[in-house]
Design a protein around this ligand. Structure first.
Ligand code: NAD
Length: 292
């Protein structure tokens, strides 16, 4: 069994980006600038945005955090989005999800300029991704593809079962895994909450990508020997014995499933850090595209 070490690979990617940014600086060029918009004080969102901004600093990007109060109206958030669209200093930005209930997420994401949409959530970018065109691939599926690539995991002709059909993980990764390419060329089954025979499907899978958000959902008796496991799930489980009052766990019963797996991602330290690295990669791409 080999661990797909997202922490290690994400550090490699960040080092590669750091070198490119240093070269940009040497050439007297503007360095990439990522902005993040956060509305409200959701604990997990604060953590995610904080680590995105810190990562920018470490690799030499400029970054701006726009932290708006929970009561921000949809209209004011849309104004902020338009401002970012029109600000030439900003190469790319993200609007951290989830947004408070009184704001229509779809409306906000539709307002983001696709050329600055480094999260790859805009329909234009999602559509381009589905058509194999140059785009911003959303960071989590992009990170999974990069991890498989850098560990040379053979995906060609393999049966990949994706669990979860969200717009940000399950659906896009199912498309990417079926596309021509390396990684890719997989035969994909997309399973979701209405799937009736999930265990039958996962038992046939050479690769399982789990993105549902239920702690330790995928058990050892649901997978075959030699399977490759990508665990996207990140769930905070309350635990008074921990300093933070919770611990983080994935969708996979790691201790038992790892005994049967040929490759497996841990949680934490698997897909999570790759997501941040690929957001930075997309921001670098945005800068390069704006240069051209
Ligand atoms: P979501 O919460 O929007 O949707 C969950 C999906 O799982 C749905 O499509 C649903 O049909 C499916 N599902 C639920 N119960 C099921 C069941 N019993 N059997 C089969 N399918 C079932 O999904 P999301 O936003 O993609 O998030 C999934 C998990 O991934 C969460 O834990 C989230 O925190 C995590 N996540 C991690 C990263 C990362 O960077 N590693 C990024 C995004 C999401």
């Amino acid at each position: 069994m080999e661990i797909l070490d997202g922490k290690k690979i994400s550090n490699q990617i960040k080092e590669e980006i750091t070198v490119e940014v240093a070269q940009m600086k040497e050439r007297g060029e503007k360095v990439p600038h990522l902005a993040a918009v956060l509305v409200g004080n959701d604990g997990a969102s604060l953590t995610y945005v904080g680590s995105k901004v810190r990562s920018c600093k470490k690799i030499g990007f400029e970054s701006t955090l726009i932290h708006l109060p929970e009561e921000t109206t949809e209209e004011d958030l849309l104004k902020q989005v338009h401002q970012l669209n029109n600000d030439p200093a900003i190469d790319g930005y993200i609007v951290q999800l989830p947004l408070p209930k009184h704001i229509d997420e779809e409306k906000v994401l539709m307002a983001v300029d696709p050329d600055k949409d480094v999260d790859g959530f805009h329909p234009t970018n999602f559509g381009k991704m589905a058509l194999d065109m140059e785009t911003f691939i959303s960071a989590t599926p992009f990170g999974i593809m990069e991890l498989l690539k850098r560990y040379n995991v053979d995906t060609e002709g393999k049966h990949t079962v994706v669990i979860g059909r969200s717009h940000i993980v399950g659906r896009p990764i199912s498309i990417l895994m079926s596309q021509k390419g390396k990684p890719g060329n997989s035969t994909v089954t997309l399973a979701h909450s209405r799937t009736k025979n999930l265990k039958e499907l996962t038992l046939q899978a050479d690769i399982v990508i789990s993105a549902l958000g239920v702690p330790r959902f995928l058990k050892a008796d649901m997978v075959k020997e030699g399977v490759t496991i990508i665990d996207v799930g990140i769930t905070r489980v309350a635990d008074d014995t921990k300093e933070k009052g919770y611990y983080i766990t994935g969708d996979v019963d790691f201790d038992n499933v790892s005994k049967k797996a040929s490759f497996i991602t841990p949680v934490p330290g698997g897909v999570g850090p790759m997501t941040i690295a690929m957001l930075l990669k997309n921001t670098l791409l945005a800068r390069e595209r704006h240069n051209n």
